[in-house]
Design a protein around this ligand. Structure first.
Ligand code: BEZ
Length: 241
């Protein structure tokens, strides 16, 4: 099955969308991008997902991320379905419109090219539906992250926002983010950095957790401007010893 690997240049495809014909790279410009795919219009899980994505669109804009959705129906269907999504979101759907385009992948050309089909979910003609993919694309148009959920499991858009924060942090600083990291928490010093390099890169301090192996790899440092919370985490860790 064709697909994309991390670091690949995302294809600059042309597609019909609810915002007209777009070419992906021109649509993204210098921004980050998120492409999220959906099995089919007028389905319940997809409606809640697009509603949530629309409610979070201001947060994605703040992070310079342009959003684009994809589903296998026509542009006309997408326009009709958008009204349902807006009604799911608010009392007065006439007050607004979806803040991102939806691609009409009627022939599943993109679903096939990007490896997004879910073989377990089929339409009435026995054709596989599109799975719930998330592609996060950097300003260099390269794939930074991908997630693939089956049609039956809705995505968590707070998590998608969180990984954007982590990705944007780790391209600007030589750090990594631990499990369940959220902005303001300590970040990890990556294994490739020597103690000397870490000390010069992180003048706020590097805290190394003592481990049974004696190896000094569990190192963390405050996120810039968030030292107090990191020291708090250090206290919590010492309490657990
Ligand atoms: C849904 O969006 O609700 C859905 C779509 C295809 C299969 C299962 C659920």
């Amino acid at each position: 099955m064709p697909g994309l690997l991390l670091g690949d240049v995302f294809p600059n495809f042309e597609a019909e969308t609810t915002f007209g014909t777009i070419k992906l790279h021109e649509f993204l410009g210098d921004s980050w991008g998120i492409l999220f795919s959906h099995p089919r219009d007028y389905t319940p899980v997809c409606t809640t997902e697009l509603g949530r994505a629309a409610r979070l669109s201001g947060e994605f804009s703040k992070r310079n991320v342009r959003m684009i959705a994809l589903s296998i129906n026509s542009v006309e269907d997408h326009h009709g379905w958008s009204k349902d999504i807006l009604a799911y979101n608010c009392e007065d759907p006439s007050c607004c419109s979806l803040p991102f385009p939806i691609i009409a992948d009627s022939k599943r050309e993109l679903a096939i090219a990007l490896g997004m089909l879910d073989p377990d979910e089929k339409d009435n003609d026995g054709m596989p539906l599109t799975a719930r993919c998330v592609f996060i694309i950097g300003p260099d148009k390269r794939l930074k992250l991908s997630l693939l959920y089956p049609a039956t499991t809705g995505r968590n858009f707070d998590e998608i926002l969180r990984v954007v924060d982590a990705l944007q942090l780790t391209v600007t600083r030589r750090v990594a983010t631990p499990a369940d990291w959220k902005p303001g928490d300590c970040v990890m010093v990556p294994p490739g950095l020597s103690e000397k390099e870490a000390a010069s890169l992180f003048p706020a301090g590097v805290y190394t957790k003592d481990l049974p192996s004696g190896k000094k790899y569990l190192r963390y440092t405050p996120q810039l401007g968030a030292q107090a919370e990191c020291l708090y985490s250090e206290l919590q860790l010492s309490n657990m010893k």
